[in-house]
Write a protein that binds this ligand. Structure first.
Ligand SMILES: Cc1cc2nc3c(=O)[nH]c(=O)nc-3n(C[C@H](O)[C@H](O)[C@H](O)COP(=O)(O)O)c2cc1C
Length: 170
């Protein structure tokens, strides 16, 4: 099997992370994959926010959990994350989702574990979330797409079962 395809079909998401950071160089490579995701009409709507600062990760975890009154850390102990936001134009939700896919697939290809954590929309619609955007200098009209948490697994992960009857040859 082609090496890239092998990487795509073996990817798994992780729910338990070691308490160490990944490096800035690794993050930059993963972000590059996100930046190169296709977008509708090449509008390149996705925006990436790299967060490696422990205090900010902890704060964002609390804000994310608050959306659904979750009693646990929704980031599963991950120390690094890339937030994908997208400028509200054209196919931005699809663009942002594809960028999230690129991030997770690039991470996996680099032996780094990841997971899409949802509720970015709600987090960045909140007053606290808007204050973060302002602090980070993001002035465009954006919507939160997802949090791509990153790190190294502290667990033996199982590959999810691929459900049958989802492909039609005509
Ligand atoms: C749109 C989307 C939203 C997701 N939101 C969450 C989430 O909030 N929390 C979580 O633990 N996993 C979340 N996931 C991860 C999925 O649960 C995971 O990808 C799925 O179980 C399949 O497992 P795999 O990635 O190992 O193939 C999300 C995935 C997607 C694509």
């Amino acid at each position: 099997m082609n090496e890239v395809v092998k990487s795509l079909v073996t990817r798994k998401s992780c729910k338990d992370y070691k308490p160490e950071h990944i490096s800035r160089e690794e993050i930059d490579e993963i972000v590059k994959a996100g930046l190169n995701a296709p977008s509708g009409m090449n509008k390149q709507t996705p925006i990436f926010v790299v967060v490696q600062d422990d205090e900010t990760v902890a704060k964002l975890s609390k804000m994310n959990a608050a959306v659904v009154n979750m009693p646990m850390d929704p980031f599963y102990g991950a120390k690094d994350l890339i937030i994908v936001l997208a400028k509200k134009d054209c196919t931005y939700i699809y663009d942002g989702s594809l960028a999230m896919g690129n991030l997770m697939n690039a991470a996996w290809a680099m032996d780094i574990d990841s997971r899409w954590i949802h509720r970015a929309k709600e987090v960045f619609e909140s007053e606290e979330g808007k204050a973060f955007l302002q602090k980070w200098g993001i002035t465009d009209d954006v919507e939160g797409i997802g949090f791509c948490i990153l790190g190294h697994a502290n667990e033996e992960k199982e590959k999810t079962e691929i459900l049958p009857n989802r492909v039609f040859y005509v």
